[in-house]
Write a protein that binds this ligand. Structure first.
Ligand SMILES: [Zn+2]
Length: 258
């Protein structure tokens, strides 16, 4: 049977995710913004939490680890580069490692930049990926700890996934991201259509997550820092034609002050 993703809002603008494998009965929390909410949602589904997969150390991603482990005895997998700041870790993983949920395999991808050790979990057979705060619909995470070459390398690894991959990002930031994307890339017709759809969904209080990678490749300015047209358009603002890292850095800095 296919994997089931249960998505629910928690804290102010986080999304909580429970990933359930009906065949094995295993359920993993993707991050733990709010222990009580996760335990409540799992209980309502009749699912028993057996694992936690953390993406990075920020408290709105790992703050519920101890309480959920105390309640369930689950096993916690966390990024090796952030693990010193994460509670109750059983196993550390990095680029190229795999994590199992029943018979399903998640590939660990290094997506450092928002934090140094940030990782994503990609399940190619299910065509889903949990990307935390590395990549958002029409945006990317703030570069709190990393550098532009590191962050661009992370986005390049995500760009290489199957374009049909559904990306489960950790926050509902899309409407604000769309405003910056339209400023960054105003002639992009696919982006204009996407922004209209986002506005309509948000007007009805519907989520804009998950988003499909293929659509992000055509519209997300941070994933398009290697696009010659965008590089040229931003050349007077720090970008350079032929230089995705400088272009990414210019876009990221502009978004910080937008
Ligand atoms: Zn974060």
């Amino acid at each position: 049977m296919p994997l089931q993703v249960h998505q629910f809002p928690c804290l102010s603008d986080n999304y909580g995710y429970l990933l359930h494998d009906p065949d094995s009965g295993e359920t993993t929390c993707i991050d733990t913004p709010d222990a009580d909410e996760y335990l409540k949602q799992a209980g309502a589904k009749g699912w028993t939490i057996t694992q936690i997969w953390n993406t990075h150390w920020h408290p709105d991603h790992a703050g519920g680890n101890a309480a959920i482990k105390a309640a369930t005895g689950c096993k916690i997998t966390a990024p090796v580069g952030d693990a010193a700041k994460i509670d109750e870790v059983d196993r550390t993983v990095g680029q190229g490692d795999t994590v199992k949920l029943g018979a399903w395999t998640a590939d660990v991808i290094d997506v450092g930049g928002h934090t140094l050790g940030h990782i994503a979990y990609n399940l190619p057979e299910a065509k889903i990926a949990f990307v935390g705060d590395s990549l958002f619909a029409l945006g990317c995470g703030r570069m709190f700890e990393g550098t532009p070459p590191q962050f661009w390398g992370s986005l390049a690894r995500l760009k290489a996934l199957s374009p049909q991959t559904l990306l489960y990002c950790a926050h509902e930031y899309t409407a604000s991201n769309a405003r910056f994307a339209l400023h960054a890339d105003p002639q992009n017709v696919a982006l204009k259509d996407y922004a209209k759809e986002i506005a309509a969904r948000r007007a009805e209080d519907l989520p804009t997550v998950p988003t499909e990678l293929g659509r992000e490749l055509a519209t997300n300015p941070f994933l398009r820092a290697d696009d010659a047209g965008l590089q040229a358009a931003w050349a007077d603002r720090g970008a350079r034609v032929g230089d995705p890292i400088a272009t990414f850095a210019a876009l990221r800095a502009a978004k910080d002050n937008f």
